[in-house]
Design a protein around this ligand. Structure first.
Ligand SMILES: [Zn+2]
Ligand SMILES: [Zn+2]
Length: 134
């Protein structure tokens, strides 16, 4: 399987039969807090392409209708789920370098010391469209 990933300790694993439709960097305050990092990146795989292959993740409701899944043993952030859609944390992939990230969102919450020089589109809040995609 070309697209695989999982948590730091290896208890939780997943795979996807196709590459992600898109990926975004998210600078929102909740992604910052949940990861302990200045920002996160999430991606969405085509419908039906993604599946868990090992382990059970714990979950936390971070805001109305938003569930974040993580490994209860090592704490790795794995997904962000909203409106029946699951977005996977890019950093949990075995080969994150293969993903082309398309945009930055929630840049209104971006830390002031972070200078974005990649030329990607920047959205002050969520990217428009269905379900307020990150
Ligand atoms: Zn783990
Ligand atoms: Zn976020």
């Amino acid at each position: 399987m070309e697209w695989t990933g999982g948590c730091l300790c290896g208890a939780i694993r997943y795979e996807a039969s196709q590459g992600p439709n898109w990926a975004s960097y998210c600078h929102c305050t909740m992604c910052r807090r949940v990861s302990g990092a200045p920002f996160m990146s999430f991606m969405q795989f085509p419908e039906g392409a993604f599946r868990w292959t090992q382990g059970d993740s714990a979950e936390y409701q971070s805001s109305d209708g938003i569930i974040r899944k993580f490994c209860s043993a090592c704490g790795t952030s794995l997904t962000f789920e909203s409106g029946g859609m699951a977005f996977i944390a890019l950093g949990s992939l075995d080969t994150p370098e293969k993903v082309e990230v398309q945009r930055h969102c929630y840049t209104r919450s971006k830390l002031p010391g972070i200078q974005l020089a990649d030329g990607l589109p920047q959205f002050p809040g969520p990217v428009g469209g269905k379900g307020g995609l990150p």
